[in-house]
Design a protein around this ligand. Structure first.
Ligand code: ADP
Ligand code: MG
Length: 698
């Protein structure tokens, strides 16, 4: 690493100890190199000025020049603001300050000419620019061409390091660059992809000669970022493969064959078959399997899980399947017990509510090997649950499980069990291969035949009585109805109140003895929840009022209507999950999204997407577009998503290219020993050293 890049930032002209301190604290810039890696997010043309009269057409930041024709302070207390009328030769606009008035005001001179830079906002019918950057025109940058815009923070700005201050520093630094920045990508790749050399790219990203070069610089730096990310992921996977030996399930086994030939309730879909082949390939290989199985709601993941568990059992191992809730574990237990009832194997269930004495028996059966398959909740993670030979663990609906919990499975047997993580929250493949790092991904992209499409409608409070009428008709035909209320946070008493109120209004509209209504929510005791759920599953109640506790996995084929209350408060993937609770039987099913009348643009888009499509992957794409990947994956993987310049969603083509290049290189040179990969090796070693090892977390 060059000495120049390691120079502490305080030695850059214009920085000094105070600014150095704030740069480190606010944006983690400690050295010249760090500052050069702090990229701008857009550019303005220094010589271009927007016109006040054309502001309604422009978007985002604008640059104006003109003079101040009035300065006044208005409002009292917290409402107090500084209002400045600013005029160019096309019109007048307000510049507004809510804070720092006593510093800003004395610097402004009536009738003097200024350069103004900021983001217009509309208030009523008028545009104004809150907290603009404003400088006397004499102090405006005399250089022609593009100026980089950087994100800043309030604290940085208070030390003069708003975008412009930062730009002054970077452009001063960039001018000094003269072969100070070593290349970190091999010449072959640079040539093949027409990439700018690293130093040129760094120069052009901060201080571009023109937009084309700025774009080329961006492309090069994005590629570099994604390339090293993919290389890192592939290397970690390679290391894990070498290090972690897996149980070998040499045969499919007679139990599997017996089931497959005599007890399979329906022919497998092609997608199910393909996925089983992929899994089979892993578990006979001697490598440790770490596989993510994505499949839309209702795509038949449970059966795939069972078939894999039967392979484990047939090879003399035990298998476990872990569900996120008691209800779900119970349902899996019943489904699986029923499917294997003619096979010589023992299935047990372990959840939080299993009594101590029964628990003892189960523990014993697991330790002696008498029990072959264990179905459970996270209760099966407890340390006193020991297996004689645990070969495979299936985790259903993975988004409910934390990384730390998963890693506890590794301690349950000498050789870590194969792990199959199943999720019904599909994410686009390019994202999956990055976010799930060293997991392999299988996809069930086909629903079992004969599913009828679910009709989805968006309705409002005013439609309520007609919806009740519709429910009565359907119930008269023998159908059942879910009504789901948001209870995002179980402790939110307002949500709870809405739920209870909703329940009461439903029981008023659907009175006994003709109708029976169940209710399930998170504050109920598990036994009570179970009882209510059971009432509904067995058809004793026609309506189930519930919170999202019923979101995952529950299977009641006779339920054909899903009503989602305050649907605007749910995310897309959650709405899709909820809708997946219906459409499981042979009857036509409906999903009704109830919302308030006035919706935000985003909420409207979510509703429209739900009405338009039932394809989980399409919904996931829109979700990603609306929320960004960080939100979707939760915080646990956010480190991976912490990219400086590339965007895993918008740059997904580049993700693929980067992945291919990284793979090509590792195929030819798995340990990066060839001379041509020396540069890459150097960089990746420093990356691997920097980050903690997460090979054990998946
Ligand atoms: P999910 O993938 O959402 O967990 P399930 O495993 O609960 O889906 O399966 C949904 C329903 O589809 C179940 O009732 C199951 O019995 C049924 N099913 C699974 N595979 C097939 C198949 N190949 N053909 C017909 N029905 C199937
Ligand atoms: Mg399921």
């Amino acid at each position: 690493m060059s000495e120049f890049l390691q120079t502490p930032i305080e030695f850059l002209k214009g920085v000094g100890p105070q600014r150095a301190e704030i740069l480190r604290k606010e944006i983690n810039i400690k050295t010249f190199g760090d500052l050069l890696d702090y990229y701008p997010f857009r550019y303005v043309d220094r010589s271009y000025y927007n016109k006040v009269s054309e502001l309604p057409q422009s978007e985002g930041f604008v640059q104006l020049t003109g003079k101040i024709i009035r300065i006044e302070e208005v409002g009292l207390g917290k409402q107090r603001r500084l209002n400045v009328k600013f005029e160019d030769n096309t019109g007048i606009i307000d510049l507004v300050w809510f804070q720092g008035i006593k510093w800003v005001k004395p610097t402004l001179i009536l009738n003097a000419v200024y350069q103004v830079y900021g983001k217009p906002k509309i208030f009523g019918n008028n545009y104004s620019i809150p907290h603009p950057e404003i400088i006397p025109i004499q102090q405006a940058d005399p250089r022609k061409g593009l100026k980089a815009i950087y994100s800043s923070t309030e604290k940085l700005a208070s030390k003069g390091l708003h975008s412009k201050g930062i730009e002054k520093l970077t452009s001063a630094l960039v001018i000094q660059l003269n072969n100070h920045i070593p290349e970190n990508i091999s010449p072959e790749i640079i040539k093949e992809l027409h990439l700018l050399p690293r130093e040129t790219a760094i120069k052009q990203i901060h201080y571009p000669q023109n937009l084309d070069l700025a774009e080329a610089a961006k492309y090069r730096l994005k590629f570099e970022e994604l390339f090293f990310l993919q290389l890192e992921l592939l290397l970690r996977k390679q290391i894990a493969l070498q290090k972690n030996k897996g149980n070998v399930f040499a045969e499919v086994g007679s139990i599997f064959m017996d089931f497959y030939e005599h007890h399979l309730p329906f022919p497998l879909t092609n997608a199910q078959k393909r996925v089983i082949r992929e899994i089979r390939h892993d578990i006979k290989s001697g490598h440790h399997m770490n596989r993510l199985l994505q499949g839309d709601v209702g795509s038949g993941k449970t059966l795939v899980a069972l078939l894999c568990m039967l392979m484990a059992v047939g090879n003399g191992y035990q298998a476990a399947i872990m569900a996120p809730t008691e209800i779900l574990a119970q349902q899996h237990f019943e489904t699986i017990s029923d499917l294997v009832k003619n096979l010589p194997i023992k299935v047990q269930k372990l959840t939080g509510s299993v009594k101590k004495s029964a628990r003892k028996v189960i523990h014993q059966e697991l330790e002696t090997g008498e029990a072959h398959i264990l179905v459970g909740t996270h209760a099966l993670l407890e340390d006193n649950v020991k297996f004689t030979k645990l070969g495979l663990v299936v985790i259903d609906e993975q988004h409910r499980f934390g990384v730390a919990q998963r890693s506890r499975l590794w301690g349950k047997s000498e050789t870590p069990p194969h792990i199959l993580v199943m999720t019904a929250t599909p994410i686009p493949r390019t994202l999956a291969m990055t976010v799930y790092g060293d997991l392999d991904v299988s996809v069930i992209d086909e629903l079992p035949p004969g599913r009828k499409p679910i009709t989805t409608e968006h309705r409002f409070e005013g439609d309520r009585s007609r919806i009740f009428g519709f429910m009565r008709n359907e119930i008269a035909k023998g159908r059942q109805v879910y009504i789901v209320f948001p209870l995002i946070n179980e402790s939110e008493s307002l949500d709870y109140h809405n739920l209870m109120e909703g329940y009461e209004s439903v029981t008023r509209a659907f009175p006994r003895p003709q109708y029976h209504v169940s209710i399930v929510h998170g504050q109920m005791k598990p036994e009570a929840k179970d009882f209510e759920m059971r009432q509904f599953i067995e058809g004793h109640t026609q309506i189930m009022v519930a919170t999202t506790v019923i979101e995952v996995g529950v299977n009641v084929p006779n339920a054909s209507i899903m009503i989602i209350e305050s649907a605007e408060r749910f995310g897309l993937s959650q709405l899709h999950q909820l809708r997946g609770r219906v459409g499981r039987g042979s009857e036509k099913s409906y999903c009704i999204l109830m919302t308030k009348d006035k919706l935000s643009k985003e909420s409207k888009k979510r509703m429209a997407t739900m009405v338009r499509t039932q394809d989980g992957f399409e919904i996931a794409e829109v979700d990603l577009e609306l929320r960004g990947p960080g939100d979707i994956m939760g915080t646990q993987q956010s480190g991976i998503l912490d990219l400086k310049i590339a965007d895993l969603v918008k740059d997904n083509h580049l993700v693929v290219t980067a992945r291919e290049k990284a793979r090509e290189i590792l195929q030819k040179d798995p340990n990066l020993e060839l001379p041509e990969n020396k540069i890459i090796r150097h960089k990746i070693i420093s990356i691997l050293k920097e980050k903690p090892n997460w090979s054990k977390i998946s």
